[in-house]
Ligand binder design. Structure first.
Ligand code: ADP
Ligand code: MG
Length: 402
C-alpha cells in the first residue's frame, strides 16, 4: 500500500476520504475524536503544499434524491467549523458534494488551503449497489483532484463510491490513520500474546455474530455483555423479561455456544444485572442478583458481581480487544458496567484495543489516563470485519495498483 506521506503533493489537489462521522446532539458535536484522528494526514498534506479537499459522510440522510436528502440533513457544517478550529485555518464547506459548488472550489483553491465537500451520503449513488451508478459519482469526485488519499478507516468496510470506486480513478495512497489502524489490527490477528480476551457488548447480537464465530477459534476468553447478552441468556433458557431479544438469532447463538464449548473457549455471560422498568434515563432501576431477569423489567447494564467477574477474567490478559459498551452508558444510571470494563482493561499490561464509535466515545467520556489503552480505533464495523478475516473493500482499492 502506498503511503500518503510518500506522495509528491506540492501544488497538487488531494482528495482525502476521511471518517468524520461524529455523534451529534441537536446539531452539536458530542465527541470529536474522529475529527482529531483525521488531522495528522491533513496537516501533513497541507504543510507540504497540497490543496486538500476532504470528502466524508455524516449520519444516515434519507430521501429518494439529492434535494430531499440535502434538505433533511445532516449537513457537515458543524464538522467544517470544528475541523477549521482544530486545523487552525479556514475550511471552506462546499454547497454540494461533487456539483457546481465543489468544482468552483476545486479549481480556485490554492496550495495549503482546505475545503470540505458536503455530506457524501446526500448523493444516493454513494451507497448504490449498481457499479455504474457509483462509478458515475466516483468520476465526478475524481475530477475534483489529482490524487486520492484514503484515510477514513471507519468506512473502509463499505463498497461505496467515495471509498471503493474513486481511488481506482486516481493515483492513490493510504493516510496515516488507516496505516495505524491496520498495523494494530494485524497484531490482533497474527499470533496475539495470550491470554487473548475479547469483550463484546452493544445493542444487537446480529451485528456481532460473525465476529464472535470467528473469534471462537482465536481468543481464549469471550466476555459477552450489553443488549446482545440477553439473546445468549435466552438461548441458555434464562428468563430475560423485557430486555432486547433477537429471537431470529437464537439458533445461531446456540451454535456459537456449542462451538465455544467444543473449542475450549471460555464464554462468559453476565451473572447479574441492573434492570429498569422502562428504557429511559430516569427509569426506576435496581440490581437483580442472578442471571434471570424478572418480567416487567429490562436489563440495562451488568451488575456488580459481573463487573467483578469480568475484571477477574481480564486481570491476566496479555491481549484485549473490546467492542460495544456492556450497558446503556448514555444514561448515567447504567454506565457503571462500561466504566468497570474500561478500568479493568486500562489496568492490563499488553496490547489493548478499543474499537467502535460508541465504545470509543464512551471511554473518552470516562476521562481515563490517555495511555489507558494501546489504541482506540475509530472503526466499529470496519475493525470487526477486519477481525472476521474479511477483505475490506476500501483497503483492497488502496492496495490495488499504484
Ligand atoms: P459500537 O458503536 O462501539 O460498535 P454498538 O453500536 O454495537 O457499539 O452498541 C452501542 C449501543 O449499545 C449503545 O448505544 C448502548 O446504549 C447499547 N446498549 C448497551 N447495552 C444495552 C442494553 N442492555 N440494552 C440496550 N442497549 C444497550
Ligand atoms: Mg455504534
Amino acid at each position: 500500500m502506498n503511503r500518503a506521506e510518500d506522495l509528491e503533493v506540492a501544488g497538487r489537489t488531494v482528495l482525502v476520504r476521511a471518517d468524520l462521522n461524529v455523534p451529534l446532539d441537536s446539531g452539536a458535536i458530542t465527541d470529536d475524536g474522529r475529527i482529531r484522528a483525521s488531522l495528522p494526514t491533513m496537516r501533513d498534506l497541507l504543510a507540504r503544499g497540497a490543496a486538500v479537499i476532504v470528502c466524508a459522510h455524516l449520519g444516515r440522510p434519507t430521501g429518494d434524491d439529492y434535494p430531499a436528502r440535502a434538505a433533511g440533513g445532516p449537513s457537515l457544517r458543524p464538522v467544517a467549523d470544528r475541523l477549521a478550529e482544530l486545523l487552525g485555518r479556514p475550511v471552506t464547506l462546499a454547497g454540494d458534494v461533487a456539483g457546481e459548488s465543489a468544482s468552483v472550489i476545486a479549481t480556485t483553491m490554492g496550495a495549503g488551503e482546505a475545503a470540505l465537500l458536503e455530506n457524501v451520503r446526500f448523493e444516493p449513488a454513494e451507497t448504490s449497489k449498481d457499479d455504474q451508478v457509483r462509478g458515475d459519482l466516483a468520476g465526478r469526485l475524481a475530477a475534483l483532484a489529482d490524487v486520492y488519499v484514503g484515510d477514513g478507516f471507519g468506512a473502509m468496510h463499505r463498497k461505496h463510491a467515495s471509498v471503493y470506486d474513486t481511488p481506482r480513478l486516481l493515483p492513490h495512497a493510504a493516510g496515516q490513520l488507516v496505516l495505524a489502524e491496520v498495523t494494530v489490527l494485524r497484531q490482533l490477528t497474527t499470533s496475539p500474546a495470550r491470554p487473548y480476551v475479547v469483550v463484546l457488548g452493544g445493542a444487537k447480537v446480529s451485528d456481532k455474530l460473525a465476529v464472535i464465530g470467528n473469534l471462537v477459534g482465536k481468543a481464549d476468553r469471550l466476555l459477552i455483555a450489553g443488549g446482545m447478552a440477553y439473546t445468549f441468556l435466552a438461548a441458555q433458557g434464562h428468563r430475560i423479561g423485557d430486555s432486547i431479544l433477537q429471537a431470529d438469532q437464537l439458533g445461531q447463538v446456540t451454535t456459537v455456544l456449542a462451538d465455544a464449548a467444543r473449542a475450549g473457549v471460555e464464554l462468559v455471560l453476565p451473572v447479574d444485572h441492573v434492570v429498569a422498568d422502562r428504557f429511559a434515563a430516569d427509569a426506576r432501576h435496581e440490581v437483580v442478583p442472578g442471571p434471570d431477569i424478572p418480567d416487567g423489567t429490562m436489563g440495562m447494564d451488568i451488575g456488580p458481581a459481573t463487573r467483578d467477574l469480568f475484571a477477574r477474567k481480564l486481570a491476566d490478559a496479555k491481549t484485549v480487544f473490546w467492542n460495544g459498551p456492556p450497558g446503556v452508558f448514555e444514561f448515567p444510571a447504567f454506565a457503571a458496567g462500561t466504566r468497570a470494563v474500561a478500568e479493568a482493561i486500562g489496568a492490563v499490561t499488553g496490547l489493548t484495543v478499543v474499537g467502535g464509535g460508541d465504545s470509543a466515545a464512551a471511554v473518552r467520556h470516562l476521562n481515563l489516563p490517555p495511555d489507558a489503552f494501546t489504541h482506540i480505533s475509530t472503526g466499529g464495523g470496519a475493525s470487526l470485519e477486519y477481525l472476521e478475516g474479511r477483505a475490506l473493500p476500501g483497503l483492497a482499492a488502496l492496495e490495488d495498483g499504484t
